[in-house]
Design a protein. Structure first.
Length: 329
């Protein structure tokens, strides 16, 4: 009788375990990896609502804000994460990343320097707390190859981080060296290593994006456009991929509808991406409209670029040219 009771109890419990829904935090991470940012934010907020604040939920929320170009929000969330979980390396990782991108938008030199140095300190502290934090080490590689030596830029330091990643996880060695080549603008080397990394991790949209970027920067626009088209199909809110797809699509004189759709998706979705990026996207839309003989719509696109960034010279020239043509007709 006791055995029968156990069998009945197990038969009740097992189906529940098999069909249990993943935790909201796991769902948020999955959606974030697929660049479904709206869905990821909903799951992260659900996790916070159900379980309260955790380092993982705040980290995911901060990363989502970074990918939406809302760097001040990302810094605030990262600081909250640090205040509540001071030993969580991931909190420092996102704070450094948010600061580094905020630095690019900063106009004042001293503020740029301050943000750069603090971002480096954040990442160094992240790997001090968790030496296996590969993502923080990748960010350090980016930092060491992009900033001048006076701010700590160093090929040797970048290589040290790549070597550390290889020791931590040999499967990510190609990614580490590929990203180092990428930030050095050694496109040939980046393609060589990132192609291996993508073969190892074909589900990683971010790796595939950097490989496509390297191909495009090296001049292979047709292949870059093809690969970026595949990436955005499975990563619908990957705004950087949409931007380069649209820009390079126009440069490659690819299918006009594909180009325009990519640019329109970008300007409608990446509203916080910064004045220069939006202006460049609207300018490309204007060029495309002009090529198609849609001069009225081209003028609107150039004017939108000037609204985004008043001093966008190419758009100003295009608008003046079209006003003269349309005024004569």
């Amino acid at each position: 009788m006791q055995t029968l009771s156990k069998i009945v109890l197990v038969s009740i419990i097992l189906p529940c375990a098999v069909h249990a829904s993943p935790e909201p935090t796991a769902l948020a991470e999955r959606a974030l990896n697929d660049f479904e940012l709206t869905k990821a934010a909903q799951y992260a907020d659900q996790a916070i609502e159900q379980n309260g604040y955790s380092a993982d939920a705040l980290y995911l929320r901060a990363r989502i804000e970074i990918l939406q170009y809302r760097f001040d929000n990302a810094m605030a969330l990262s600081r909250q994460c640090i205040d509540e979980f001071p030993q969580a390396a991931i909190c420092f990782e996102t704070l450094g990343e948010a600061r580094s991108f905020a630095m690019v938008r900063e106009d004042k030199l001293m503020r740029q320097v301050k943000l750069a140095r603090r971002s480096q300190d954040d990442w160094l502290h992240a790997v001090e707390l968790d030496s296996d934090n590969v993502r923080a080490r990748i960010q350090l590689i980016r930092y060491y190859r992009l900033v001048p030596w006076i701010l700590g830029g160093s090929k040797r330091k970048a290589r040290e981080q790549a070597e550390a990643i290889t020791r931590i996880d040999a499967d990510r060695s190609a990614e580490a060296y590929g990203m180092m080549n990428f930030y050095e603008k050694d496109w040939k080397g980046a393609i060589k290593h990132l192609a291996v990394a993508v073969e190892q991790h074909p589900e990683d949209g971010e790796l595939r994006y950097h490989l496509a970027r390297a191909r495009g920067e090296r001049g292979n626009l047709e292949q870059a456009v093809s690969e970026l088209t595949e990436i955005v199909a499975s990563n619908p809110e990957f705004w950087e991929a949409w931007f380069h797809l649209g820009i390079w699509c126009v440069e490659a004189d690819a299918d006009h509808e594909t180009c325009f759709s990519a640019l329109e998706t970008y300007v409608n979705g990446a509203v916080d991406s910064g004045e220069k990026r939006l202006a460049n996207a609207y300018y490309a839309m204007g060029k495309l409209r002009e090529q198609r003989g849609e001069l009225d719509l081209a003028l609107v696109a150039y004017e939108n670029a000037l609204v985004a960034k008043h001093g966008h010279n190419e758009s100003r020239d295009g608008a003046e040219r079209l006003r003269a043509v349309l005024g004569e007709s």
